[in-house]
Design a protein around this ligand. Sequence first.
Ligand SMILES: Cc1cc2nc3c(=O)[nH]c(=O)nc-3n(C[C@H](O)[C@H](O)[C@H](O)COP(=O)(O)O)c2cc1C
Ligand code: SF4
Ligand code: SF4
Length: 289
Amino acid sequence: MNWIEIDRNICNSCGLCVKRCPRCFSRFDDRIIVTANENTCNLCGHCISLCPASAVTHSQMSMKSFVPFKKDVVFALNDFLQFIKQRRSHRHFEKTQIPRTDMEILIDICRWAPTGSNVQTVEILVIENKERIELLSSLTIDFFRFTLDEVEKKVRKMESEGKEIPEDLQLMLSVYDYRKRLVEARDSGLDPIFHRAPAVIIFHSPVLTSTPKDNCVIAAHTMALTARNMGLESCYIGLFEAAFRGSQEIRDNLGLPVGHKVYSVLILGYPLLKFRTSVDRKPVKTRWE
Ligand SMILES: Cc1cc2nc3c(=O)[nH]c(=O)nc-3n(C[C@H](O)[C@H](O)[C@H](O)COP(=O)(O)O)c2cc1C
Ligand code: SF4
Ligand code: SF4
């Protein structure tokens, strides 16, 4: 089945569709030929969006989504750069819940984050229930406590046997103190995982898809930057991602669809702290060729 139809009465043969998408479009003299199907077309929508005559119709996409842009929006460069530089990881939040309508805007904008081969397979789990967030935080710390005990046991045994500590254990030892402090923080009544944020956003995806991690991280950062524009701030929580990978209990608790993994996690909320200055960052090592 051919997914695309060209309205021959209005097509002006400009060839833009052929230039953009030679996999699906070709030209014979003045006639444009199109064969778009599941083997050739990844539903990017470019041919429809580019066509100056609005002559292209796609059967697998909602044509109502192709709304003309009235103008190009450009932000003053310095404002835009400051907006990016002003983003900080926030770990102190007001108790206020994020209105559902705002959450919906933040989820919706992720649809426009790019995905490898346009697979659009990123899914989002929003957790706003305080007790549930506390439970997941607790399970994460329990997991770290367990892995700390295991590492400690292994290292002690190897040392007593005069064996050299292998690289993977050495790596675990390098984060040992940090994770130990997390356990201590929880024991003193803090939430060192989700920082008592009003919302935890979990980006997950089937493992067997194009670039799952990249897709989730790009969606997460799209959300994080949009949230800044709505008075919200965020922080990535890689610790929970690590615990998800290692703990069957957390995986069972989240109940993601079979074959899915967590690839990015954000906490979101109204910030209690205001950063007054920019911060120092190392220059990006760059090689020009
Ligand atoms: C992938 C990723 C994972 C992170 N995981 C955590 C985390 O688990 N807990 C936390 O408090 N901060 C976490 N952070 C925040 C970093 O510590 C923070 O981005 C870094 O210190 C720089 O600070 P800035 O975001 O304010 O510029 C993470 C950041 C990234 C990019
Ligand atoms: S871009 Fe539109 S007008 Fe141009 S050749 Fe393709 S279908 Fe015809
Ligand atoms: S939607 Fe994208 S991949 Fe499909 S025919 Fe149009 S340009 Fe080609």
